[in-house]
Design a protein around this ligand. Structure first.
Ligand code: ZN
Length: 278
């Protein structure tokens, strides 16, 4: 059983930007954290852990660590790990539960998650957490037009399958792409490397383009949101790998109702807001 809890905290601790590409929310913003707890629910209450207990621990223990750390030189990875360990020490006083992950929104577009390799193990100190991983999730936006059309089908058949999306002159979307990746080291340049990979591999290719007409990737491939996700993942996997990051998956939203995740099989715990396109 995995229980997830988002805790919002009104920051009053004077957090200031850590650095240009990795900015903690400023003093008047709301910081959001997410805690994942595994274990067996209590038979009587049905609770794995009371969510009030989680919120209190995040507000009293984790948040001050995150907020105050922005005032010194500690890397964001070390800070998030410190907060995760501290919150685990508190919550795991209840021996039925283990903290599986702890996530912190650095800003509305970027989240860092400290994920334990095996949350079933007792883990109150960093050395006892075998091969934990840090995950970064970042969200971006691009605008593009496309037309869904299969040349091998009749015009009537295309209209029947694709409806309005078969409009001969195309139509537009504000796509949102979430990139989920893990980092091999705790090098804070990972954030800039991720931004650069998305800029070079996705934005330069697809932003403000007609996907069918301007982009060779979709000259013979219908630019459905499923295919866009697959193409984006292929480009990002290579580029992120070159930068020491491992792409887990991408999620592309065509509308707020419709998205495609590629490859599938990943637990996606968060959907940050998209960075607005310039
Ligand atoms: Zn469309």
């Amino acid at each position: 059983m995995l229980l997830t809890r988002k805790t919002q905290v009104h920051s009053r601790l004077g957090a200031k930007p850590m650095q240009a590409d990795c900015t903690l929310a400023s003093v008047h913003s709301i910081l959001e954290f997410e805690t994942g707890i595994v274990g067996v629910p209590d038979r009587r209450t049905g609770f794995l852990l009371n969510i009030v207990t989680i919120d209190e621990a995040v507000r009293a223990i984790a948040h001050p660590i995150i907020a105050r750390a922005s005032l010194d030189d500690e890397s964001i990875f070390a800070t998030v790990r410190r907060a995760a360990v501290a919150i685990a020490q508190k919550l795991e006083l209840d021996a039925r539960v283990r903290v599986a992950y702890f996530a912190c929104d650095l800003n509305p577009h970027t989240r860092v998650t400290y994920k334990r390799a095996d949350p079933a193990l007792s883990t109150l100190t960093p050395p006892a957490m075998p091969q934990p991983t840090f995950e970064i999730t970042a969200s971006y936006e691009f605008a593009a037009s496309h037309r869904l059309h299969c040349p091998g089908l009749s015009d009537d058949e295309n209209r029947r399958i694709f409806g309005k999306c078969n409009n001969p002159n195309g139509h537009g979307h504000n796509y949102r792409i979430e990139v989920h990746c893990t980092v091999a080291s705790e090098d804070q340049t990972a954030f800039a490397a991720l931004d650069a990979a998305v800029e070079n591999e996705i934005m330069r290719r697809f932003d403000h383009r007609h996907l069918n007409l301007d982009c060779p990737e979709f000259a013979a491939l219908n630019p459905s949101v499923e295919n866009i996700a697959m193409v984006c993942f292929g480009y990002l996997k290579q580029a992120l790998g070159n930068a020491g990051l491992t792409a887990r998956c991408v999620r592309v939203y065509e509308t707020h109702k419709t998205s495609a995740i590629y490859p599938s099989g990943h637990e996606l715990d968060h959907s940050p807001q998209a960075k607005p396109a310039l």
